[in-house]
Structures are given as structure tokens and as C-alpha cells.
Design a protein around this ligand. Structure first.
Ligand SMILES: C[S@@+](CC[C@H](N)C(=O)[O-])C[C@H]1O[C@@H](n2cnc3c(N)ncnc32)[C@H](O)[C@@H]1O
Length: 344
């Protein structure tokens, strides 16, 4: 296994510290704590959890079959304490019901792409490496970035660059892409990056790589990342046992915003304004464990640059709802716009 610094799990100690009380409480009550790593990746966090919590079992979910293979080899010494599952993490509710019908002790979501996915040029995630325009985390299904670039209308391209890349030049890039693809389709990232770079004014060029935000937007669209997260968060919270904890690590503001809103919403009293006494059914279901968002220390950022943008949020389940939540139960009003197409 490559142990280079970029493969170091982010905020590892903090994550273990936050999950420990939940695991210990469930073990002390005589049950086997079940942990779910919803973003197994190379298994770095999972390996540390299985080592630190010898009484726990762990389910590792990833949509990337190569990640599952590599992590399964790494975690083989833990025998049947580790179960790999090939799935999108929005299936976490069903997976939890199968492996932890009495409730999950701890859930980790370490969002985004792994260093392995970025390092393998042929996956097409890195704008600095020439590769086919793929960008699927699950290469067994779904549409590729090449198909998005070839088939979306100028308006749709502008929308995803704006919404998912927060790109100010979205309209200009969409227009150039459509003009160019009418003559010759895009197949390789270097060619695509050059069209973006040529369309970028010199002053903007100096502010960072011009294709960074467009690549982020394409990756989010190809993998349906925001809608998967939006569906996964309530399901993950619902699957926790009382006393169970969730830790989420987000690396970009769109994901962090979804996490922040969902954890805050579920950690508030639902008592109508003006009610003199809070009834038991209005008490918050969750408590936030971190004030604001946790960040990496200067030292961790220096040792592991991937940790620089991370925002950690965590919550503990205080009680079960009086009435079970379901698709018709209380939900966030801050819904994301529908994706043009789901990559599943
Ligand atoms: C940042 S990496 C996780 C790294 C891991 N914590 C470690 O220590 O090696 C994120 C992983 O989550 C997976 N992933 C991202 N979105 C997913 C989703 N919606 N469903 C399932 N897996 C997903 C990616 O394929 C990637 O392997």
C-alpha cells in the first residue's frame, strides 16, 4: 500500500476521539458496536477505527470498485469484523438496517474523491494530467464527463458550472465549449483544459488554475454528488442508535453547506414559537458536537495539504423521534435543484 503523505487520512485523531464515546457506550451495554464508513476509499480511517475499537465491527461503503478492492486487501487482517459494500452512500439506510438493525454506533463520511482517484490519470479527475474525460467514481455505470460535455445544451453547461463550480465565467466557458464541439468533439482533458484556459482573461489566469472550478462542477454532475449527499444525510442520521455519532468531513463549500444545514436542523427544538414549555416530542433529536466547523491544524495542513480545506461537523443522537420519519416526514426546505441526469 502506498503510504505517501497524501494518503494520510484527514483529521484522523479528531474523528476517532469523536466516535469513541458512542462505541464505548454501546460496548458497555453488552452490544457489538457497528460502525459505517460511508466513504471507505483506501481504508485509512477504517483501519484506524478497527484498530482503536477492537469491540466494533465496520461496514465500508464505496461506489468505486477499485477502492473496495484495495481497502479490502488492506483490512483483510480484521477478518469478518470488516464488511465491504459496493453502493452509493445514499443507500446507507438499507445497509444500516441489514448490518445494524438496532442502530449504528458511528458513521463517518469523508466526502469527495480519494487521493488514489486523483493520482490515477486515466480516471480523468485531475485537470493537470491528460486523460480521457471520464470522472466517474463508479466506472461500472453512469455517464462520463465526455458525455456531459458532448450532450448538454449551452444553458445546462452554464448552469452546472455556476451551481456546482461557483464559476463566474460559466457563460463564457459554456459558449466556447459548444462552439468548439460543433467542429470536433472533446475526448481528452488536455484539449478541454486548453479551450477553458484560452477563454480565460489573463487577470483571472493568475488567480489559480482556470479549469479548477469547471472540473469540480463536472465531477459533481457526473457523480450526482450533491443529490447523493442530500439523500444520505437524513438516512444516516435516522440509522444511528441513541448515543450514536456521525462525523462528516467536507472539502468544498457546497457539500459543507448541506451538512451544516441538516445537522443544525435536526439539532433544534421543533417547539412552535411562543409555547411556554417544550414538550418531549419537540426536544432536539441530535446535539452538535463541534462548535462551527472543525479545521485541520497548521501542522496537519503542512504535512498533508489535502487537509487544508476540510470542514469537520459532528452530531450525537439524543433520542428517537416520537413518530418515525419517512419520505413524508419533516424534511429540509432547502432542496437542491434537480440534476439533469442521475449517474446511476
Ligand atoms: C476522500 S475518499 C475517502 C478516503 C478514506 N477516508 C481513507 O482514509 O482512505 C472518498 C471515497 O468516497 C467514495 N465516494 C464518494 N462519494 C460517494 C458516494 N456518493 N457513495 C459511495 N462512495 C462515495 C469515493 O469513491 C472515494 O473512494
Amino acid at each position: 500500500m502506498d503510504e505517501s503523505p497524501q494518503h494520510t487520512p484527514v483529521l484522523l485523531e479528531r474523528t476517532l476521539e469523536l466516535l469513541a464515546p458512542a462505541v464505548e457506550r454501546i460496548a458497555a451495554a453488552g452490544s457489538t458496536p457497528v460502525l459505517i464508513d460511508g466513504t471507505l476509499g483506501l481504508g485509512g480511517h477504517s483501519e484506524a477505527m478497527l484498530t482503536r475499537f477492537p469491540e466494533a465491527t465496520l461496514v465500508g461503503i464505496d461506489r468505486d470498485t477499485s477502492a473496495l478492492e484495495l481497502a479490502s486487501a488492506r483490512l483483510a487482517p480484521f477478518g469478518d469484523r470488516f464488511s465491504p459494500v459496493h453502493a452509493v452512500y445514499d443507500e446507507i439506510g438499507q445497509i444500516a438496517a441489514r448490518f445494524a438493525p438496532d442502530g449504528v454506533a458511528g458513521i463517518l463520511l469523508d466526502l469527495g474523491v480519494s487521493s488514489m482517484q486523483l493520482d490515477l490519470a486515466e480516471r480523468g479527475f485531475a485537470y493537470s494530467k491528460d486523460a480521457p474525460l471520464d470522472m466517474r467514481m463508479d466506472t461500472t455505470r453512469g455517464i462520463t464527463a465526455e458525455e456531459v460535455i458532448a450532450s448538454y445544451s449551452e444553458n445546462e453547461l452554464r448552469r452546472i458550472f455556476t451551481e456546482y463550480g461557483e464559476e463566474k465565467l460559466a457563460g463564457r466557458y459554456a459558449r466556447k465549449i459548444v462552439q468548439r464541439r460543433a467542429q470536433e468533439p472533446f475526448t481528452r482533458s488536455a484539449d478541454f483544459v486548453k479551450v477553458i484556459a484560452d477563454a480565460t482573461p489573463a487577470a483571472v489566469q493568475r488567480a489559480g488554475h482556470p479549469a479548477k472550478r469547471v472540473f469540480q462542477a463536472l465531477r459533481i454532475e457526473v457523480n450526482g454528488e450533491l443529490s447523493a449527499l442530500e439523500d444520505a444525510l437524513p438516512a444516516a442520521l435516522d440509522s444511528l442508535a441513541v448515543g450514536g455519532r456521525i462525523v462528516v468531513l467536507a472539502y468544498q463549500s457546497l457539500e459543507d453547506r448541506l451538512v451544516k444545514h441538516e445537522l443544525q436542523r435536526r439539532s433544534q427544538s421543533t417547539a412552535p414559537a411562543g409555547l411556554p414549555v417544550e414538550l418531549p416530542e419537540h426536544r432536539p433529536e441530535f446535539a452538535l458536537l463541534v462548535r462551527g466547523a472543525g479545521r485541520a491544524t497548521e501542522q496537519e495542513m503542512a504535512d498533508n495539504p489535502r487537509a487544508t480545506p476540510v470542514r469537520l461537523r459532528a452530531a450525537e443522537r439524543l433520542r428517537r423521534p416520537e413518530t418515525p420519519r419517512g419520505p413524508s416526514g419533516p424534511r429540509s426546505s432547502a432542496r437542491l435543484p434537480a440534476r439533469s441526469e442521475r449517474a446511476r
